[in-house]
Design a protein around this ligand. Structure first.
Ligand SMILES: NC(=O)c1ccc[n+]([C@@H]2O[C@H](COP(=O)([O-])OP(=O)(O)OC[C@H]3O[C@@H](n4cnc5c(N)ncnc54)[C@H](O)[C@@H]3O)[C@@H](O)[C@H]2O)c1
Length: 335
């Protein structure tokens, strides 16, 4: 039995509960939350063995294969390091940490304790599956030629109400920022993964208070990232906007280009284009093969790769590069 413990069972903790519970051979051995109501809610809906109000007790008492850290951003580093030091492998929610110093300490704690540290980047499974895996395989097979530009947009209509003040996300000390640090880890990671390049040459970006107008909490972010391979990532992110929620990825190669995306809740389609031709039909892309159809969820991917001793797509090293990019983007915004 693969034993999972979840620290923090709020919004995203419940998503992990749902998805880990659905995997055969996985047991939710323990959950922890400082809030009794959150524990009761989780217990009512899921088959959970042990519950704790203090994470230290969970970490000390339980023998687990994986601890998932699902608390507000400012607690990621501290709780992850505690979990690693008490001998647990950790999957940490995004963003990995509030700053690079903390993220480095997390990686060092994993190394020193010879434990695995993984970071959540679930969008490829939750929003773009399976088209994005087909796209990635086509990119890696050089079908698009050299990839020189990827444009990624994730624009939401509404995330938080303007009159909401209680959420930790809107408090800079707890969140570290707004749309960029919240959505950036997903979208920057997707761009770097598609480009097979997690090294940045330069980052030039801007953030804006947008419609929410909260101090130090960006509601909109736009940036240009130049990768070591010379591929550029152009990224727009927003929490609020006078538009329909949508996301889109355009990949430009010197042989072909591709577009993937949708208006929220519609199935993403993969379209391929060639200079001087009409849109290429799906048949020309080739049928989806088993390597284009991976696990159904990030959680399945994590369990499978851990059990088989394989490297996952959720490494702390890549999450560090993504956080480094976000840090440079916020710095550049001050210019
Ligand atoms: N991967 C994704 O798609 C995704 C989506 C939403 C949120 N997140 C991330 O998940 C994390 C949690 O976000 P959320 O939306 O679930 O927040 P939330 O406020 O809904 O839940 C956080 C939970 O942590 C608990 N908590 C707070 N301090 C704690 C402590 N010291 N020990 C244990 N529990 C504590 C709270 O009581 C609450 O139940 C954030 O880092 C966020 O960025 C990721």
């Amino acid at each position: 039995m693969f034993k999972v413990g979840i620290v923090g069972v709020g919004y995203v903790g419940n998503i992990h509960l749902t998805k880990f519970s659905a995997i055969e051979g996985v047991e939710i051995t323990a959950i922890q939350d400082k809030d009794a109501k959150s524990i009761d809610h989780a217990k009512k809906n899921f088959d959970v063995k042990n519950t704790y109000r203090c994470h230290k007790h969970l970490l000390k008492n339980e023998v687990l294969d994986l601890v998932v850290i699902c608390v507000p951003n400012h607690l990621h580093a501290e709780l992850t390091i505690e979990a690693l030091e008490s001998g647990h492998n950790v999957l940490c929610e995004k963003p990995m940490a509030l700053n690079l110093k903390d993220a480095k300490s997390m990686i060092e704690a994993a190394d020193q304790n010879q434990k695995l540290l993984l970071a959540v980047n679930n969008f490829r499974w939750d929003y773009f599956n399976p088209s994005i895996f087909k796209l990635k395989n086509l990119i890696d097979s050089k079908w698009f030629g050299r990839i020189y530009h990827i444009k990624l947009q994730y624009l939401r209509n509404k995330t938080f109400s303007p009159d909401l003040y209680s959420r930790w996300n809107l408090d800079f000390e707890s969140s570290g920022g707004g749309a960029l640090i919240d959505l950036g880890p997903h979208i920057i990671d997707l761009g770097m993964w598609l480009a097979s390049d997690y090294s940045t040459l330069s980052v030039s970006g801007s953030v804006d208070a947008g419609l929410l107008k909260r101090e130090r909490i960006d509601d909109f972010a736009t940036g240009l990232i130049k990768l070591k391979s010379n591929c550029t990532l152009q990224i727009d992110l927003s929490w609020s906007g006078h538009s329909r929620s949508s996301w889109k990825i355009d990949v430009h190669g010197d042989k072909r280009s591709a577009s993937i995306g949708s208006v929220k809740d519609r199935n993403p389609g993969l379209k391929v284009f060639k200079w001087g031709k009409e849109e290429i039909d799906q048949e020309d892309i080739g049928a989806f093969t088993s390597s284009d159809l991976p696990e159904k969820s990030l959680q399945e991917h994590i369990v499978k790769t851990m059990m088989q001793g394989e490297e996952s797509l959720c490494t702390a090293k890549n999450a560090y590069s993504v956080l480094n990019t976000i840090t440079q983007w916020y710095e550049s915004s001050k210019d």
